[in-house]
Design a protein around this ligand. Structure first.
Ligand code: DC
Length: 220
């Protein structure tokens, strides 16, 4: 069984998807973390992001591992734990450009589908219900007011020791939303049959409860 959770940056997908996975005893898959890991590999190797062949070469050579460990997702790049490094600002600033590259998407989608074949998963991202798992049993599209999303992201960044202003974070979110929604390959889009949840006024428990209820109602 696949529960697909899509939506723009900082709409509450990660926290919700993690808790839903835990409650339903399913695997949690953060596909954004995969695009972030590729971005980190490209930045570390000083690859020119406009040089298509070089980007493809780095993608072909990298070894990416992603798995749940207790309550957290571990992301390994060539054996090194990069779970923290992929959340840094340089990665965040470049990830939309990297995830717009078709070759990168195809490589990531293949890994995502292989994981989904092996286990019941709650998968969060931008194109999960539309492209990666179009036959997912459950499709959720989470949205929230941009200021609300920026406040949430700012809190996360402060907890990681990154000092940013609300305005900076809001500008970055808007820029990423625009890029992620207008790219030609698998743009951020609500699947026709997805259920939209506006999390602006909801607590995490309410968001999780809504999804759990949907799954339980259909499965009973
Ligand atoms: O969920 P996130 O903010 O960590 O995702 C980082 C970036 O990865 C986001 O700006 C768009 C991209 N992404 C994507 O294109 N497709 C996905 N399925 C997941 C993320």
């Amino acid at each position: 069984m696949i529960v697909a959770i899509d939506g723009p940056a900082a709409s509450g997908k990660s926290t919700t998807a993690k808790m839903v996975a835990k409650k339903l005893k399913m695997t949690y898959l953060d596909t954004g973390a995969m695009y972030r890991a590729v971005t980190l590999a490209l930045l570390r190797s000083n690859t020119d992001l406009d040089d298509y062949d070089s980007v493809c070469q780095v993608v072909d050579e990298l070894e990416l591992d992603i798995y749940d460990q207790g309550a957290k997702t571990v992301v390994k790049l060539d054996g090194e734990d990069v779970s923290q490094a992929i959340r840094s600002m340089p990665v965040t600033e470049n990830v939309s450009a990297v995830s717009a590259v078709k070759y990168v998407r195809e490589a990531m989608v293949e890994i995502q589908r292989n994981i989904g074949k092996k286990t019941n998963c709650v998968v969060e991202g931008r194109d999960i219900g539309t492209v990666v798992f179009p036959d997912a049993e459950f499709k959720i599209f989470m949205v929230a007011d941009v200021k609300m999303r920026a406040e949430r992201r700012l809190k996360e960044l402060h907890e990681m020791g990154e000092n940013r202003s609300l305005q900076e974070v809001m500008t970055d979110l808007k820029r990423r939303d625009e890029k992620d929604s207008t790219r030609s390959h698998s743009p951020l889009q609500k699947a026709d049959e997805a259920i939209e949840i506006d999390t602006s006024m909801l607590s995490i428990d309410q968001q999780v409860g809504k999804i759990i209820n949907l799954v339980r109602e259909k499965n009973n």
